[in-house]
Design a protein around this ligand. Structure first.
Ligand SMILES: Cc1cc2nc3c(=O)[nH]c(=O)nc-3n(C[C@H](O)[C@H](O)[C@H](O)COP(=O)(O)O)c2cc1C
Length: 328
């Protein structure tokens, strides 16, 4: 065997031994489990192309509503030392603009094999139906339903996701009009997240994303004795909420076991260790949000590299071999 052939054989053997990071969420193939969480980056082709080139698994868009929303005044996002507190106020250009943007973005991302998840939110159950019909025209790979923001529906003064019955009603409405799998995004601010997950899965949800930001919380400027956020209160995210997110995913996994529902585990993931923890409690994919502010776009590739190292150390050839191990 000449030197050239031996090098080629060596490379082939190394490639064969490499674990596979690929996962399938609701029938959609992802090249790895990392997902950009909703609301973290606006729809910019340039940024999304960069993320795709850097190896991200999938991208979730900012939550979009029927009408444009301006959001709250600045400051809207503050790094308080252990994560972020935000009151962006779900600012977005409205569904008409988003449909066009998602269409164009999808065309770009599909060249890299990166699925796009369209996030939607509405103030009434009826509006969720209308919004789903519109957003479906953009043909996203999946739709994520944000029922875990404070809503303005006069019939329901709390978030939709605080109530299992209302959450199931929203799910049924979205499923009626969606032309792709539906992910329901839940809040940690409830007594029994497992119960809510079970109800939305019984109502037809294909997957659950957990968790949305925790709270609301307040961070003060002690010199002025005023809250730092213009809105005073905001959602808490980042490393400080991770143990709560892991417990929520653990509870959801147990509650929906025996069904086909899958989970995007989100909340405080900063590195591979955190992502592996989520997979061990049953997550198929891992959502990463605040860490993008702290660590930049490389966080997705870094998490993948770390997961691959872990799999090599443990002799796993694919993610299914260790997914949910902590549940037994
Ligand atoms: C600035 C900011 C904006 C967000 N906007 C949205 C949003 O539009 N829709 C949504 O479902 N979640 C939104 N979230 C919540 C995140 O998607 C995620 O669920 C939460 O931050 C927990 O993940 P993390 O700790 O990795 O940030 C936002 C979070 C932040 C920090």
């Amino acid at each position: 065997m000449d030197e050239q052939t031996s090098v080629t054989h060596h490379q082939a053997a190394a490639a064969a031994a490499r674990p596979s990071l690929g996962v399938t969420l609701c029938g959609v193939p992802f090249r790895n489990p990392t997902v950009l969480a909703s609301g973290i980056l606006g729809l910019s082709q340039e940024v999304f192309d960069r993320l795709a080139n850097l190896g991200i698994g999938a991208i979730t868009t900012k939550s979009c509503s029927l009408q444009p929303r301006v959001g709250w005044h600045n400051p809207t996002i503050v790094n308080w030392g252990h994560g972020l507190i935000n009151a962006v106020g779900l600012s977005n250009p409205g569904v008409e603009v988003m449909v066009e943007e998602i269409r164009t973005t999808k065309a770009h991302l599909s060249q890299h094999g990166v699925p796009i998840i369209a996030s939607i939110f509405a103030n009434t159950i009826y509006d969720f139906g209308t919004l789903t019909r519109y957003i479906s025209e953009a043909e996203p790979d999946l739709i994520e339903v944000n029922i875990s923001c404070p809503n303005l529906d006069t019939q329901h003064e709390e978030m939709f996701s605080s109530n299992a019955f209302v959450s199931a009603q929203v799910t049924r409405m979205v499923k009626r009009y969606a032309n792709c799998p539906v992910i329901i995004k839940l809040s940690p601010n409830v007594e029994n997240i497992g119960n809510i997950a079970r109800e939305v899965v019984n109502a037809g949800a294909d997957a659950i994303c957990a968790i949305n930001s925790l709270g609301p919380g307040i961070v003060l400027d002690i010199d002025t004795a005023r809250p730092i956020l213009a809105n005073r209160t905001g959602g808490v995210s980042g490393p400080a909420i991770r143990p709560i997110a892991v417990r929520c995913v653990y509870d959801i996994s147990r509650a929906v076991s025996g069904t086909k529902a899958q989970i995007i585990g989100t909340g405080g993931i900063t590195d591979a260790r955190d992502a592996i923890e989520m997979i061990l409690v049953g997550a198929t994919c891992v959502g990463i949000g605040s860490a993008v502010y702290h660590h930049g776009y490389d966080v997705f590739a870094d998490v993948c590299m770390g997961i691959e190292d872990y799999m090599q150390r443990h002799g796993y050839s694919n993610i299914e071999e260790f997914r949910g191990l902590a549940l037994s």
